[in-house]
Design a protein around this ligand. Structure first.
Ligand code: 5GP
Length: 184
């Protein structure tokens, strides 16, 4: 099995250097915003893992890190909004400030579920940092307090985001102008 089977026709949308610079800027903004507060940064699995690791290393505060996982039903390239919690955070967050970190907000349905879940746990505040956002696809309004990049209605892969569970390990973000290759 070779990488090129999956990267055939893939165009770079956001290069490695652009991602690095944006992580630095977001990390500084988050540090400034949460100075003196008890911040828990919660990553949304699985797609967030490279962004999460790069971002938190630019936050100059004694944050706690945790992760949440959900499964959602739908096609390979879109979520249905029917979301189920598959792995929960491991520590109490009542009266804490929560920052949910996500790879991409598409329809916003997953994020709405995560926001509601965190509010039910008694957080003092819940804000969102998302590397990517596709505003033209939104079904429910979502305020992204710390946005990375806005992208058009493309199915994107790389830097955590998958095509059939592959390509999460790419260092850049790409899209397929002719559509993604067939998966067996
Ligand atoms: P939403 O609930 O906002 O529609 O979808 C959020 C989740 O769908 C993201 O966390 C991501 O896992 C997945 N997703 C949405 N758009 C894309 C995309 O363009 N590429 C990939 N690989 N996953 C996406």
């Amino acid at each position: 099995m070779i990488l090129e089977t999956y990267t055939k026709g893939l165009q770079t949308l956001i290069a490695e250097e652009e991602i690095k610079t944006r992580c630095e800027i977001l990390g500084k903004e988050i540090t400034e915003h949460y100075k003196g507060k008890d911040l828990v940064v919660i990553g949304f699995l699985k797609g967030v893992f490279p962004f999460f690791a790069d971002l938190v290393r630019h936050i100059g505060l004694p944050i706690r890190c945790d992760f949440i996982g959900v499964s959602s039903y739908g096609s390979r390239t879109a979520t249905s909004g029917v979301v189920r919690l598959t792995s929960d955070i491991t520590q109490p967050v009542n009266n804490c400030e929560i920052l949910i970190v996500e790879d991409i907000v598409d329809t916003g349905l997953t994020m709405k579920y995560l926001l509601d879940t965190m509010k039910m746990k008694g957080a003092a505040s819940v804000e969102i940092c998302s590397l990517l956002s596709k505003p033209s696809r939104r079904k429910v309004p979502v305020t992204i307090h710390f946005p990375g990049f806005e992208v058009d209605d493309h199915f994107v892969v790389g830097y955590g985001m998958d095509w059939g569970e592959r390509l999460r390990n790419l260092r850049y973000i790409g899209y397929y102008p002719e559509g993604p290759p067939e998966l067996e």
